[in-house]
Design a protein around this ligand. Structure first.
Ligand code: NAD
Ligand code: UDP
Length: 311
């Protein structure tokens, strides 16, 4: 494959930094654009000396121009704790961000991949979730700024595709974990691991019966790159691990892998928290020849080792 010139918005975040790393390893030239709201220079420090890598501190809400072949639009805080800090900014980042990136794609002819989310399915009434399911989102809940922002971003991708022929790719990412998740972002995997390593009780919201399907970050990056390389396929396509776990199962596994003596503490359930989530990935298998390879216990062991190192 020819080396590409690639723009990664949100490239200094958890997923973005792994994506930049992989793109550089494959010989591409990468511009990483980030405002460091939840990401950090530290996440991409190891790439800074590479002449093919550049880091630009900028908000995706502002227009940006560079002659690029590919755009990956990831800029957006992903954890409920962070996207609810300034909900209006979350909507702006999603909507103005994708508008700016679609305008850039339209002007340059670049192919653009939008990092959408399983949250477009809301608290799903269909299980597992297929791409044909339109979702069950509460637009006025505290999660609405993220869910509806991401839904509108998908709408804009498809309108730019139909109206202007922009070459779009939309992936719906399910819960992803791995090294470089921010310590303070409140997501369940990082919370549980940090609590276990610090000897604190693991905090379970609700009775522990809610489920999620957790994907290791390397599998996601494989899926993103496979999607970017497809021809004549826009998506949306689910990228996630279909192995579903209750929060009780996850806490048991984290305690075992970290050798922790922590206990578990049950706190009230969070309002409008989706009760279950599991992707149907048959479309990704068919169109991308992709499926996740890393089971939860293996990915968690690597993530525990990472957090042990940085603590
Ligand atoms: P993250 O918070 O670690 O990364 C987001 C990055 O975007 C950060 O570096 C942040 O500083 C940057 N950013 C935020 N607002 C910005 C703005 N206005 N301008 C420029 N940069 C901005 O989150 P992540 O887990 O790496 O998620 C990356 C993308 O994948 C997000 O779009 C998220 O919605 C999507 N996603 C992630 C998951 C997951 O489980 N990790 C699931 C579904 C979707
Ligand atoms: N959760 C929990 N304890 C925590 C953090 C999260 O029980 O310390 C729950 C949360 O309420 C949700 C699930 O774990 O039911 C996944 O939460 P996360 O924020 O990781 O992802 P999302 O809600 O976006 O799927």
């Amino acid at each position: 494959m020819d080396a590409k010139k690639v723009l990664v918005t949100g490239g200094a975040g958890f997923v973005g930094s792994h994506l930049c790393e992989r793109l550089i390893a494959e010989g591409h030239e990468v511009i990483c654009l980030d405002n460091f709201m939840t990401g950090s220079r530290g996440n991409v420090e190891h790439l800074l000396s590479n002449p093919k890598f550049s880091l630009i501190e900028k908000d995706v809400q502002q227009p940006f121009f560079a002659k690029v072949d590919w755009i990956f639009n990831l800029a957006c805080p992903a954890s409920p704790k962070h996207y609810q800090l300034d909900p209006v900014a979350t909507v702006r980042t999603n909507v103005l961000g994708i508008l700016n990136m679609l305008d850039l794609a339209k002007a340059t002819g670049a192919r653009i991949l939008q990092a959408s989310t399983s949250e477009v399915y809301g608290d799903p009434l269909e299980h597992p979730q297929k791409e044909t399911y339109w979702g069950n989102v509460n637009p006025i809940s505290k999660r609405g700024c993220y869910d509806e922002g991401k839904r509108c971003a998908e709408t804009l991708c498809f309108d730019y595709h139909r109206e202007y022929g922009v070459d779009i790719k939309v992936i719906r990412i399910f819960n992803t974990y791995g090294p470089r998740m921010a310590k303070d972002d409140g997501r369940v995997v990082s919370n549980f691991i940090l609590q276990a390593l610090r000897g604190e009780d693991l905090t379970i919201y609700g009775d522990g019966s809610y489920t999620r399907s957790f994907q290791y970050v390397d599998d996601l990056i494989d899926g993103m790159l496979s999607m970017m390389l497809t021809e004549d396929f826009t998506g949306p396509v689910n990228i996630g691990n279909p192995d579903e776990f209750t929060l009780n199962q996850l806490s048991d596994l984290v305690l075992k892998l970290s050798g922790s003596i922590s206990g578990v503490s049950y706190l009230p359930a969070v309002l409008h928290d989706p009760k279950q989530r599991k992707p149907d990935i048959s479309l990704a298998k068919e169109k991308l020849d992709w499926e996740p390879k890393i089971p939860l216990h293996e990915g968690l062991a690597k993530t525990v080792a990472y957090f042990k190192r940085i603590l």
